[in-house]
Ligand binder design. Structure first.
Ligand code: 3PG
Length: 395
């Protein structure tokens, strides 16, 4: 995949797809990581003297204009962080937008309104893609978080623009989630968590080919516990996936991959997720008794997992160890975050909940790389092609 460093876009109108799908509450941006992550590409284009036309989606407005999903707050934040004006236009296609683009000088930055206000975006409608592409000469895709979607602004526009290259963020994401886990400094220890085996089984399968050690936590581990013939009480599990879990365990053995499951768990009664409270709680080693729900890993598992992390040269983490959103159930997840932050290993956090957890634990600035992709990072770790990258290669 060609990157922005391979071309000179000076004086050109460049359509830059970013992922500015940031968490907003009452028009206030809660987490600006995706904006910060987009800056290097925008700054490089400013330095080159390109005319920078930024596009993104925000939320899921389902093909209709909806003030709740406007990108206006992002334009304001971007202007602050870039230290230069960012023109915001209240549409993403059409004559008025074209007139604004025509006024741009070299190094100017303009942000289009949410591309998902048009149904053609998610359908990758050729007409909509052509209308977007009409605004520009060249295409830079830097929206890693949306690269698993074959939409008009992530893939369709590539057919009309030249050159088509990826930005610095996509380049970095591919390097860390790709090369550094495919050809890692060893040992490579992978920590996977989250609720469901069904969500992560393809990732487990792919990583069984690369990792030296795989550690499983989160509710997913209860399905593995069932596969090992243990009892899990009222814990979340997927009985339909017990056989799948058994095959993964067998594959690990065959490949000589060390496969670690929690040896103890925090069990609770009367968990109320909405209120963030639990009733009685106690630790279980091995089996969890009937009437108790496993919600976190216990102290022995924390020690076991931490020792693995300490010996690793590369650590990849995706998915929490328990229900970290509830204070009483966050110890395991936060302890793993701390060990990863304190290790000398190259530490790669695979996006979504684990990034949220490592920031909540206060270690966001102590890891080597945090992905900006949720679904995209999972699909890429599974070994799937990302349409937003493939489109660049095919253009
Ligand atoms: C994300 O937040 O994962 C991306 O921005 C993609 O959003 P989507 O799941 O609505 O396509």
């Amino acid at each position: 995949t060609k990157t922005i460093k391979d071309v000179n876009l000076s004086g050109k109108r460049v359509f830059v797809r970013c992922d500015f799908n940031v968490p907003l509450k009452d028009g206030v941006i809660n987490d600006d990581s995706r904006i910060v992550a987009a800056l290097p590409t925008i700054q490089l284009l400013i330095a080159q003297g390109a005319k920078i036309i930024l596009a993104s989606h925000l939320g899921r407005p389902k093909g209709e204009k909806n003030a709740k999903f406007t990108l206006a707050p992002v334009a304001e934040e971007l202007a602050k962080q870039l230290g230069q004006p960012v023109t915001f236009v209240e549409d993403c296609i059409g004559e008025e937008v074209e007139a604004e683009v025509a006024k741009m000088g070299d190094g100017d930055v303009l942000l289009l309104e949410n591309v998902r206000f048009y149904a053609g975006e998610e359908k990758n409608d050729p007409e909509f893609a052509a209308a977007l592409a009409k605004l520009a000469d060249a295409f830079v895709n830097d929206a890693f978080g949306t690269a698993h979607r074959a939409h008009a602004s992530t893939a369709g526009v590539a057919a009309h623009l030249s050159p088509c290259v990826c930005g610095l963020l996509i380049e970095k994401e591919l390097a860390y989630l790709g090369d550094k886990t495919a050809n890692p400094e060893r040992p490579l220890t992978v920590i996977l968590g989250g609720a469901k085996v069904s969500d992560k089984i393809k990732v487990i399968d792919a990583l069984l080919e690369k990792a030296d050690t795989i550690i499983i936590g989160g509710a997913m581990a209860y399905t593995f516990a069932l596969a090992e013939g243990r009892q899990v009480g009222e814990s979340l599990s997927e009985p339909d996936y017990i056989e799948t879990a058994k095959s993964a365990l067998a594959k690990a053995k065959e490949k000589g991959v060390k496969f670690l499951l929690p040896v103890d768990n925090l069990g609770v009664k009367d968990l109320d997720f909405g209120a963030g409270t639990i009733g009685e709680s106690k630790f279980f080693e091995g089996n969890i008794e009937d009437g108790w729900e496993g919600v976190d890993i216990g102290p022995k598992s924390i020690e076991l997992f931490s020792n693995e992390v300490k010996n690793a040269k590369t650590v990849l983490w995706n998915g929490p160890m328990g229900i970290f959103e509830i204070d009483a159930c966050n110890k395991g997840t936060f302890a793993v975050a701390k060990t990863i932050a304190e290790s000398d290993a190259c530490s790669i956090i695979g996006g979504g909940d684990s990034v949220k957890a490592i920031k909540m634990a206060g270690y966001g600035d102590q890891v080597t790389f945090m992905s900006t992709g949720g679904g995209a990072s999972l699909e890429f770790l599974e070994g799937k092609e990302l349409p937003g990258v493939t489109a660049l290669d095919q253009a």
